[in-house]
Design a binder for this molecule. Structure first.
Ligand SMILES: [Zn+2]
Ligand SMILES: [Zn+2]
Length: 488
């Protein structure tokens, strides 16, 4: 009988040397799994030879049956511990001995049949022999796709092994590593374990070293980054770990599939305004490239690139200015996008949202006249999509705030009254009121004439329904007539 004096921790693994954020237990493939933890100060990029913390040894006295086959222990059927999982097995289920550099064991140790397949792969990842490293990467990637093996991959250091393998400059190894990490990234419960082990950095490193022919590797790597950049708990971590650079680089990739995935990832990144300057100032000329994609034949590409620009135009004035300038020098892509006749409404929605955002930029009104006019034309067709209607009305209202635009906008009073002011959607009505009030302020006579023909009633009703507005008007009138009790 082996000496069963393991660590007496509360969890299954000792937390003696670990300050990790990795949860004690996660639910993977319907099982409670204890993610592998490594000895402290582990950074795979500095010291790839990680050492796993040992699992707690189940005491001999706690069990009467083999943890694998369920056979009862007796004088003939003795108890054996698996060095990796710490459970107790019969000799038949725990017969192999193997070297375990991942536990810093010098001697070959007993490993159970449940741990053995993944344990062998993790052991091989520590070899300096390329064919073994390749076997390990391939086997681990396959294991991530096998629901029966995923828990063992997580418990026995398979994540850490894949990450150390990512450091090797081999086309085939990085193919398997990114494939495995992508599959693991789809398990939301593993996100902390993956991030703590360095998976985001590993994927970024692979993406910056792939050649232009490694499309599958690019797609898997970018897909994994997209999962990380989308996950609320990881998106900041993904940026800290360097996701933006490789994503921008792949956005400009000549093959459409990885480029589209990169654009989709970038649209998640751009939700955070803190990233906008880095995106716009990227040395890869990302902005002109994204603008060019808004006018391609591929509607999905159009939709995503317009979405990114809509995020970018939602922040600082100087970025709106850059977008208008770059659009000008890249051949008026926005005009083409807004004037295209896409099958998907979402393309026009994103384009109209972008134009509405750009329309608040005081220094760019001259450069936006043509898209302003297109917004008016689109509004005249009475779009049935309320999101599109809201963006178009908002765009016209934003443009109307600038006096120099008002004479070009006066023709839009009638469509704004009939399609927006009479709309059942509250934000649409609000933007319509803003539009009409700006015109009334800048061009009172012409606007009043147009409204008297049609729309005066709706305008007054609309104003009456804005909370607090009538009170403001009343106090303003009172301020101009201080002696209400006396005759004039
Ligand atoms: Zn057994
Ligand atoms: Zn085991």
């Amino acid at each position: 009988m082996e000496n069963g004096s393991g660590f007496a921790g509360q969890g299954r693994r000792s937390s003696r040397q670990s300050t990790s954020m990795v949860p004690e237990t996660v639910r993977v493939e319907g099982r409670d799994v204890h993610p592998a933890r490594v000895e402290s100060n582990y950074d795979v990029f500095r010291a790839p030879k990680f050492v796993l913390l040992k699992a707690r040894w189940v005491s001999d006295t706690e069990v009467n049956t083999c943890a694998a086959c369920g056979a009862k222990f007796n004088q003939l059927r003795r108890k054996h511990h698996c060095r990796l999982c710490g459970l107790v097995f019969c000799a038949k289920c725990c017969k192999e001995k193997m070297r375990l550099p991942q536990l810093a064991c010098e001697e070959a140790e007993r490993v159970c049949e449940l741990c053995r397949p993944v344990a062998e792969l993790v052991t091989k990842s520590r070899s300096s022999h390329l064919p073994f490293q390749l076997d390990s990467a391939k086997g681990l990637a396959q294991a991530t796709r096998n629901p029966a093996l995923v828990p063992k991959v997580v418990e026995l250091g398979g994540i850490q092994a894949l990450i150390t393998l990512s450091l090797i400059d081999s086309v085939h190894i990085r193919r398997h590593v990114t494939s495995g990490l992508h599959v693991l990234s789809t398990h939301q419960q593993l996100h902390t374990s993956l991030a703590e082990a360095g998976a985001i950095k590993a994927v970024c490193k692979v993406l910056t070293s792939v050649g232009h022919t490694e499309d599958d590797t690019l797609c898997d790597g970018i897909s994994a980054l997209m999962v990380f950049c989308k996950a609320p708990e990881l998106k900041m971590r993904a940026l800290d770990d360097g996701a933006l650079g490789p994503v921008l680089a792949v956005c400009t990739h000549p093959t459409p599939a990885p480029a589209l995935l990169a654009l989709m990832t970038l649209s998640h990144i751009a939700e955070n305004p803190a990233t906008h300057e880095a995106i716009v100032d990227s040395p890869k000329q990302a902005l002109p490239r994204i603008l060019a994609m808004t006018a391609t034949q591929d509607e999905q590409m159009q939709e995503v690139s317009l979405k990114i620009l809509a995020h970018l135009s939602n922040g600082a004035d100087k970025i709106r200015h850059r977008i208008v300038q770059d659009d000008f020098s890249s051949g008026r892509c926005l005009h083409k996008a807004l004037g295209s006749n896409p099958k998907s409404d979402q393309v026009l929605c994103n384009a109209a949202c972008l134009v509405a955002n750009l329309a608040v930029s005081g220094s760019d009104q001259g450069g936006l006249h043509d898209v302003m006019e297109l917004c008016g034309t689109l509004l005249t067709t009475g779009p049935s999509n309320t999101e599109l209607l809201a963006h178009l009305t908002r765009a016209l209202a934003n443009f109307a705030a600038f006096k120099q635009n008002t004479s070009r906008l006066i023709g839009n009073v009638q469509p704004v009254v009939s399609n927006c002011l009479r709309s059942g959607v509250s934000p649409v009505r609000t933007h319509a009121l803003r539009f009409l009030l700006s015109l009334l302020a800048h061009l009172p006579e012409q606007t009043a004439q147009a409204l008297t023909r049609d729309g005066a009633q709706e305008l007054l009703q609309g104003l009456g329904s804005v909370p607090g507005l009538l009170d403001v008007i009343k106090s303003s009138l009172v301020a101009q007539a201080p002696d209400r009790a006396k005759p004039m």
